[in-house]
Write a protein that binds this ligand. Structure first.
Ligand SMILES: C[S@@+](CC[C@H](N)C(=O)[O-])C[C@H]1O[C@@H](n2cnc3c(N)ncnc32)[C@H](O)[C@@H]1O
Length: 260
C-alpha cells in the first residue's frame, strides 16, 4: 500500500473482534478504527464480518460495499446460465470442443472474467498488482476452494499471483508460456449500468486508472503461444492503437483478438 492510500483507507475493527491474518502484509499497516463514527475521516475501509473480507468505499457520500464471492450472485449465475462456449468471451479466447487453453489473466481485478473462463474449462492464472484488490480476490478464492460445487475447479485451475504484469512476464520461462493472455485494464466508464458502475467505481477508488495499460500489449504478444485478447468498452480505442486481427462484440464490450 503506498503512502497516499495509507491515509485514505482504514480497517474497521469493532472492539472485541480481530483482524484476520493477512498474507498481503502492507494492508496490515492501515490504521485500525474501532469507533464507527471515525470512519467518516476515510475514503474507505476494510472489514471482516460474516467471514468475508469487505471493502466499503464512499461514493457520492454514500457507503457502498464490495467483496468477492464466487458462490453467489451474478458470478455463479453466469457460470451456470451464461451461454457456454458460444458467448463472446469464449469465442475470443478461442475455446473449441476439445481444447482447454491455459489463460494468463494479467489484469485479474475481481476475477469475474477469469471465473467464467475457468467454468468453461480453461486453466487460469491471474495477476493483480493492487494489494487491496488482490486481498479481496484472495479471500474470495479461499472461500470458493472450500465450496462443494466449485471447490475442485478453483483448487485445480484457478490461481492468483499478487505482482505486476510486466514483471511477471519478464520472469516467465519458455516452458510456462500460456496459450492465451487476457487483458482488461481500467477504462473510464460512460454507461449508466448501476451494478457495474458501483463495482467499478469501488475498484477505481482503490486502484485509480491504469495509465500504463498500452505498455502491456507488446510483452503480452511476445509471451502468448496462441493469442492475446483485450476486453474494451465498445467506445474505447484499440489498446496501444494497434488494430486486432479479429473483433468480437458483445452487448457492451468488444474483445480485440491478436493472433501471435
Ligand atoms: C478492470 S479491472 C479487471 C476486471 C476483471 N477482468 C474482472 O473480471 O473482475 C483491472 C484490474 O487490473 C489491474 N491491473 C492493471 N494493470 C496491471 C498490471 N500492469 N499488473 C497487474 N495488475 C494490473 C488493476 O489493478 C485492476 O484491478
Amino acid at each position: 500500500m503506498n503512502d497516499k492510500n495509507k491515509n485514505r483507507f482504514a480497517w474497521y475493527q469493532p472492539l472485541g473482534t480481530r483482524r484476520p491474518a493477512l498474507t498481503i502484509a502492507c494492508l496490515a499497516e492501515l490504521p485500525a478504527i474501532n469507533d464507527e463514527s471515525r470512519l467518516a475521516d476515510f475514503d474507505g475501509y476494510f472489514s471482516a464480518d460474516d467471514g468475508r473480507i469487505k471493502f466499503t468505499g464512499r461514493i457520492h457520500d454514500q457507503w457502498q460495499s464490495l467483496c468477492v464471492d464466487f458462490r453467489e450472485g451474478s458470478a455463479d449465475y453466469r457460470r451456470q446460465h451464461g451461454g457456454g462456449r458460444k458467448q463472446a468471451i469464449a469465442r475470443a479466447v478461442g475455446l473449441k470442443h476439445n481444447w482447454n487453453p491455459s489463460v494468463l489473466d494479467l489484469t485479474g481485478g475481481l476475477g469475474r472474467d477469469a471465473f467464467v473462463l475457468c467454468g468453461l474449462g480453461c486453466d487460469m492464472t491471474l495477476i493483480e498488482r493492487s494489494p487491496a484488490v488482490a486481498l479481496l480476490l484472495e479471500d474470495g478464492i479461499a472461500r470458493a476452494r472450500q465450496d462443494e460445487w466449485i471447490g475442485e475447479m478453483m483448487r485445480d485451475r484457478f490461481r492468483l499471483e499478487h505482482t505486476e504484469a510486466r514483471q511477471y512476464l519478464a520472469s516467465l520461462d519458455q516452458d510456462h508460456r500460456p496459450d492465451v493472455i487476457y487483458l482488461d485494464p481500467m477504462y473510464p466508464a460512460r454507461r449508466k449500468n448501476a451494478a457495474i458502475k458501483k463495482e467499478m467505481r469501488l475498484i477505481k477508488l482503490l486502484v485509480g486508472e491504469d495509465p500504463d495499460a498500452d505498455s502491456l500489449l507488446v510483452p503480452a504478444l511476445q509471451a502468448a503461444n496462441k493469442r492475446v485478447v483485450v476486453k474494451r468498452p465498445d467506445y474505447a480505442p484499440f489498446l496501444a492503437e494497434r488494430k486486432p486481427d479479429i473483433e468480437i462484440t458483445s452487448k457492451s464490450h468488444r474483445f480485440d483478438v491478436y493472433l501471435t
